[in-house]
Design a protein around this ligand. Structure first.
Ligand SMILES: Nc1ncnc2c1ncn2[C@@H]1O[C@H](COP(=O)(O)OP(=O)(O)OP(=O)(O)O)[C@@H](O)[C@H]1O
Ligand SMILES: [Mg+2]
Length: 377
């Protein structure tokens, strides 16, 4: 019994110990668990923080990259816009330039259209040796040099203009005379000269006979006008050199012309005979050619060494004012030498004073016509 009780006692003890052990064990486990949990959590937290940090940094990095990319893209866009703008501006400029060019072309075209109304200019003064032929040759040559298409019509039987552009007047078979007496068409008479753009209908001594032959012809004053009709549109300028007389040939020139240009030599009797010339021009204007106008007076053979030349210019300017061309042609030995070489002075000696004066004078003549043709448009 005792033994049983002892055994029971030990059994109880043992079970108590067991229970205690178990309790302890579970406590240890619990403690261990409680110990392990925060570590895991901490690790987890740390990991989480790290993750967040890493993600944050990655996010930042991503943002940075994105920002950089955006900046880059923005820069590219700006660049592109600038290029487009530049191109657009360039296009605009190109368009403007084109427009201006077109306008210029139009202007030139209008100008050309206007200029294509050819100007027929007669050089007249019944006084001999005042510079009609010299002016006709050098003005025509200068016009050609300035790009105009010019034809000279020599209606002086002396034919100084014909020889002045290099044509042997003793060798020409057909002249303006043939057209005057209706024996030839003007197109068959036109000759080229050694100056580009300058043509001539020559003359020779036979023309002297025309004065007589024309007497019995119908509308004899209108002959030259009729003759040049078919070629009017082919030239910018038709220049007619008249003989030193108020003859039927000169009247023909005044009827055919739109303008008359009067050379006046800078010498003592400069104005003598001018009254008669002006009256003749007035008569032609009133009866035969209402278009005719005096385009101007050109002072020739001006000698700067003499007082007289200056006085003559002043006198002529007092009478005719603005109608006197500003450019004065000086007396120049090169001008008088040139015809014997069959050359205009602007080719014979382009740098001499005479050549320079003729070029400047020609520009004035061309501009005068431009002012005239542009009036009222
Ligand atoms: N500026 C000048 N300088 C020097 N000599 C000139 C000048 N102009 C013309 N001459 C000379 O004067 C002379 C007369 O000139 P030109 O033949 O041109 O006059 P013209 O009026 O045509 O004469 P015509 O009435 O006889 O036809 C010519 O010998 C010419 O060489
Ligand atoms: Mg002459």
């Amino acid at each position: 019994m005792v033994f049983r009780s002892i055994i029971n006692f030990f059994r109880r003890k043992q079970s108590k110990i067991e229970i205690k052990k178990e309790v302890n064990l579970s406590r240890v486990v619990k403690e261990k668990e409680s110990l392990e949990k925060p570590v895991e959590e901490t690790i987890k937290e740390v990991k989480e923080r790290k993750r967040i940090e890493t993600e944050g940094r990655a996010e930042e990095k991503r943002k940075e990259v994105l920002d950089e990319e955006r900046e880059k893209i923005e820069e590219e866009i700006v660049e592109e816009i600038q290029t487009i703008e530049k191109e657009e501006i360039k296009e605009e400029i190109d368009k403007e330039i084109l427009k201006k060019k077109e306008l210029g072309k139009k202007k030139i075209k209008i100008h050309k259209d206007k200029k294509e109304i050819p100007r027929v200019i007669a050089l007249a003064n019944q006084k001999g040796g005042v510079g009609k032929s010299t002016t006709a040759i050098n003005m025509s040559a200068s016009m050609a040099k300035l790009g105009k298409k010019v034809i000279l019509i020599d209606i002086d039987p002396q034919a100084n203009t014909t020889s002045g552009v290099g044509i042997n007047k003793y060798n020409v078979n057909r002249t303006i005379y043939d057209a005057m007496i209706e024996r030839a068409d003007i197109n068959e008479l036109i000759q080229e000269t050694n100056i580009d753009g300058l043509f001539i209908v020559p003359s020779n001594i036979h023309l002297a006979g025309a004065e007589v032959e024309l007497v019995n012809m119908m509308m004899r004053e209108q002959r030259l006008k009729k003759i040049i009709e078919p070629i009017r549109d082919k030239y910018d300028f038709i220049i007619i050199d008249c003989p030193p007389a108020l003859s039927v040939l000169t009247i023909n020139a005044l009827v055919a012309a739109d303008e008359v240009l009067i050379p006046i030599q800078c010498e003592y009797y400069a104005l003598e005979g001018l009254g008669q010339l002006l009256r003749t021009i007035e008569l032609v204007k009133n009866n035969l050619n209402s278009n005719l106008e005096i385009s101007g007076f050109v002072m020739t053979m001006y000698d700067s060494r003499t007082k007289l030349s200056g006085q003559v210019v002043d006198e002529v300017r007092r009478y005719f004012g603005e109608k006197v061309y500003k450019t004065i042609i000086p007396r120049n030995v090169r001008v008088s030498e040139a015809p014997s070489y069959g050359l205009p002075v602007i080719l014979y000696d382009p740098d001499c004073k005479g050549a320079i004066a003729y070029i400047n004078f020609t520009k004035e003549v061309i501009n005068y016509g431009e002012k005239r043709t542009w009036k009222g448009t």
